[in-house]
Each structure stands twice: as C-alpha cells, then as structure tokens.
Design a binder for this molecule. Structure first.
Ligand SMILES: [Fe+2]
Length: 224
C-alpha cells in the first residue's frame, strides 16, 4: 500500500506534467467518496478509493508533452497515444508493487463506457467494476462544471447543464446505476459543498489528511 506521503508526491508529479489542478483531484476524490458512502460501500474500500481517485491519471506522466499539452483537438493518432495513459498508469503502479484492485481497476478502467465503446479494454455493462463506473460520471461532471476561461456558465447553471448531459448519456456512455446514484446525491444537495466551495481557486488540504478526510466544507475555501 502506498503511503499518503508517496501518493501526495505522485499527485504533485501528475499536476506538474498535466497542468491539472489540485482542486480537480480533490473534487473527484470527494465526489467518489460521497457516491461510495451513498452506495453503502464498506469503510475499508472507501479509504482505499481516495488513493485510487487521486492517481487515476497517473499514466499521463508517460504521455509526450506535444500530445498532453496540445491546445487544440487531438488527431486520431494523437488520441490513440493519449488513450495509453490508462494502461501505462496501471503498468507503472504494478511495477511499484501496488496490488490493490481498487486502485489498479480505477486507473485502468476510468475511461470505459457502459456500451463497450470506451478504452482500453472495451469493457461494457457490469464488466466494468463499480468504482470506475461511478468515476466516469464524476470525471465528466467535473470537467463540465470546473471554471475554465472559455466557459460562460459556472456554478448552478453549469451543473444543471452537466447533469442533463449525463442523463442523456445514461445507458450508452454512462452506467445507469452510476447516473442514478450521482443524480440522487445532486438533487438532495449533498454535492453542493464540493461543487460550490471547492473550486479551482481554493487552497486544498495536504494529502496526509486524505484518508481521514471528513465530509465537510473546507474551512479555508471560499466561493469563486
Ligand atoms: Fe484519464
């Protein structure tokens, strides 16, 4: 099992390479934990999925910068290279001695689709493990609701639009059970604190608190 300090260092390496934000990492961790709690997943697994979600894009450290940092749309060939981040991340973690299926499955299968058209293994339906099924919804929702220079809608407006797109993809891109759990949480307001108070400008907690992180509004975070 990787120590929190090692996971923190690996997350920093991913952030430097991918220019992703620590806030994005924390949001996906917290969304996934909230979904897992709603689905009554056992406490031990919920602890391990923090590491899994934090490292989901670990394989991007092996993707060439000209593909990873390309501002425009990727060509088909470039997209094939990009898709490799799932397999490369999985391989690297195995080489590092990670054998936790919660972590390995999420890193490898977070881009699988319910209809079997995802990657890398074109798994579909129930062949996709539960947490990667949940994660696919979370990753899309966060991409559609995080603050970007080109996006006009933010907050509530962006979230409603994102949720509509996720509903439209239930049964094709997304697993219906994952859409159902996410939607129920959204409608009940249980995701609001993550969406509104944990934006890309917020300071984030140190990773060593990660496994014990409680569901609460970060004290230092302010809305955008
Ligand atoms: Fe990914």
């Amino acid at each position: 099992m990787l120590s929190p300090e090692i996971v923190q260092s690996l997350v920093k390496i991913i952030e430097l390479k991918d220019a992703s934000t620590a806030a994005h990492t924390w949001r996906v961790v917290l969304y996934l934990r909230t979904m897992a709690e709603e689905a009554k997943i056992d406490h031990d697994t919920i602890g391990r999925l923090t590491t899994a979600a934090a490292l989901h894009d670990f394989g991007k450290i092996d993707i060439p910068d000209e593909v990873l940092q390309k501002p425009g749309k990727l060509t088909d060939d470039e997209f094939e290279v990009m898709k490799q981040h799932t397999v490369l991340g999985h391989e690297r973690l195995v080489q590092m001695g990670v054998d936790d299926p919660v972590v390995l499955n999420l890193v490898r299968h977070h881009h699988e689709r319910h209809d079997g058209l995802g990657y890398p293994d074109r798994l579909g339906g129930d062949r996709i493990p539960l947490l990667p099924r949940y994660f696919a919804v979370i990753d899309s929702f966060d991409a559609m609701t995080s603050i970007r220079p080109y996006r006009k809608e933010v907050g509530e407006e962006a979230a409603k639009r994102a949720l509509a797109e996720i509903h439209a993809g239930a049964g094709t891109r997304y697993a219906p059970d994952a859409v159902e759990v996410f939607s129920r949480l959204y409608d009940s307001g249980q995701l609001d604190w993550i969406l509104h108070y944990f934006n890309d400008q917020c300071p984030v907690p140190a990773f060593e608190h990660g496994p014990a992180l409680q569901k609460r509004k970060p004290e230092t975070a302010k809305p955008a």
